[in-house]
Design a binder for this molecule. Structure first.
Ligand code: SF4
Length: 305
């Protein structure tokens, strides 16, 4: 049993308009992938200095298991730290909605991570058990509490995903008094990993032969215009940010987004992973530049990642 010290509880407005009006920083695609260099760090959370003993996890819970708008900050907040301070971190978001099942958890986890990169002055790198964040010193005087980070993410979810009816967050800034990297490592191993492994295991049971539908993603066309990935149960893209199961629910949540269904078609070469539907789709979606793709080869007609 892991015991955590009591944190400070904040209440986030449930009305998205009020929520965004209260935010002292901007949330916008123009801040996506902002980098915060060593000399500009106000607060660093997670990352290599703590052997990546940090985590971010998103869980789907029942409407009766959530306290809507609650944000708990455990450990020192921004008014208690010196510029350049670094701590391990544990960050959890709970999401509830009548139509949501656990199938959405992996997709929302990735989506939450992606949306953090749009917060002004926040560098947010890596995934669930390798998270690394940095806040820029230029936010000093404007950003008065860490509560605004989950507040920004809650706002994006509530404004953009009608299925999300309630959210709750807990951010653990793991100073030595709180438990440091030992506590974050223990929570990752004992609480997060079993949840992640049971999610991943669902996909392990499925193979490319078990489905007629693969999925495609063109998110990276924003900087590589002819790029297109095809994602199958056995073929996760090299970027690692999404798998077949995540993208399946992602299309339901955002049907006009970067992801789409790919009819598998006929299997032409089972060893190389050549499918007629994949070839046709990749040709059309790559601006007619890629004529053929082998899903299982990294050398001969490989995918664009
Ligand atoms: S590498 Fe492929 S799957 Fe990953 S985000 Fe880019 S287009 Fe999507």
């Amino acid at each position: 049993m892991i015991k955590l010290p009591k944190g400070k509880i904040h209440r986030i407005p449930l009305d998205p308009e009020e929520l965004f009006e209260e935010l002292p920083i901007e949330v916008s695609p123009r801040w996506a992938s902002e980098r915060v260099r060593k000399q500009d760090v106000w607060l660093e959370l997670g990352g290599p200095k703590h052997d990546y003993k940090s985590f971010v996890i998103v869980e789907i819970v029942g409407m009766d298991e959530i306290d809507p708008g609650k944000v708990e900050i455990i450990g020192p907040d921004l008014d208690e730290i010196e510029p350049g301070t670094t701590y391990p971190v544990g960050y959890s978001l709970k999401i509830a909605g009548e139509k949501l099942t656990d199938d959405y958890a992996g997709y929302f986890e990735r989506w939450a991570i992606d949306n953090h990169t749009r917060v002004e002055g926040l560098m947010y790198l890596n995934m669930r058990d390798t998270v690394w964040m940095r806040l820029h010193t230029r936010l000093q005087g404007r950003l008065t509490s860490l509560k605004y980070l989950p507040q920004a993410i809650m706002g994006i979810f509530m404004a953009q995903v009608p299925m999300v009816e309630a959210m709750e967050a807990r951010l653990i800034v793991a100073s030595e008094e709180v438990g440091g990297k030992e506590l974050m490592g223990k929570m990752t191993e004992e609480i997060c990993k079993p949840i992640w492994e049971s999610r991943d295991a669902k996909l392990d049971e499925l193979s490319d032969e078990d489905t007629d539908t693969f999925f495609g993603c063109t998110l990276c066309q924003s900087f590589a215009p002819n790029h297109c990935c095809v994602i199958a149960p056995d073929r996760t893209p090299f970027c690692g940010v999404i798998n077949w199961d995540n993208i399946r629910v992602g299309i339901e949540v955002d049907p006009a987004g970067y992801s789409f269904e790919v009819a598998k078609g006929e299997c032409i070469n089972p060893l190389m992973g050549e499918y007629s539907g994949v070839t046709e789709t990749i040709y059309n979606r790559s601006n007619q530049t890629l004529k053929k793709i082998n899903l299982y080869s990294a050398i001969k007609y490989p995918l664009t990642t």
